[in-house]
Design a protein around this ligand. Structure first.
Ligand code: SME
Length: 187
């Protein structure tokens, strides 16, 4: 290879490297901006909910208020609702979105997994979650947050579905956890 050809190859490689670096920086900045926007929105919703939930300590009223606010203010919340344990069954309570399953088959799906494992479940692609219960085929990703009463006993879950893949991340888990904790907090 002549010196001229070698120089041209080096030049091309350097230019490709710069382009990859530029695209990576743009991608990282975009993710950072989206994260900041989501965090800002959750923080405003949290403050609004704290103001709304002092009117009553009734858990059903608080769940309904949380559902309405989250469903209408957060992007991509296609179905937002609560399932609560009643005599060993997981039964739907207040929700916003398309009609959902009323009773979830025991120890099956994402909601039961959150109850049984006592932790928030983030599911980027519902079809890849063994036993996932599809109440609506448009749901593509999901997050389920356990709901604890004042004795720290799990009594249900907040379930949010999105009609897009990979909607939820650790930030949703953190803020939805804080929001769900308001339900049994003393006003
Ligand atoms: N997908 C849930 C069932 C409830 S719906 O998403 C509203 C599950 O697998 O437990």
């Amino acid at each position: 290879m002549s010196d001229g050809v070698k120089a041209s190859v080096r030049y091309r490689t350097a230019n490709e490297g710069i382009a990859i670096l530029r695209d990576t920086i743009i991608f990282a900045l975009r993710l950072y901006t989206m994260d900041k926007r989501k965090e800002g929105r959750y923080s405003r919703i949290y403050e609004q909910l704290k103001g709304l939930l002092i009117k009553t300590s009734n858990p059903e009223a608080r769940m309904a208020t949380i559902c309405a606010v989250l469903h209408h203010k957060m992007d991509d919340f296609f179905w937002t609702g609560f399932y609560c344990l009643t005599e060993g069954q997981l039964i739907v309570r207040t929700y916003q979105g398309p009609v959902a399953c009323q009773v979830l088959a025991k120890d099956t799906g994402v909601c039961w997994a959150a109850i049984n494992q006592g932790k928030t479940m983030i599911v980027p692609d519902v079809e890849k979650f063994p036993g996932h219960i599809a109440c609506d085929s448009r749901s593509k990703s999901e997050i389920v947050v356990p709901l604890c009463d004042k004795n720290k006993k799990i009594v249900g879950v907040l379930d949010v579905d999105s009609d897009k893949y990979e909607t939820f991340d650790e930030m949703d888990a953190l803020w939805l956890g804080k929001i769900v904790d308001l339900i049994y907090e003393r006003s």
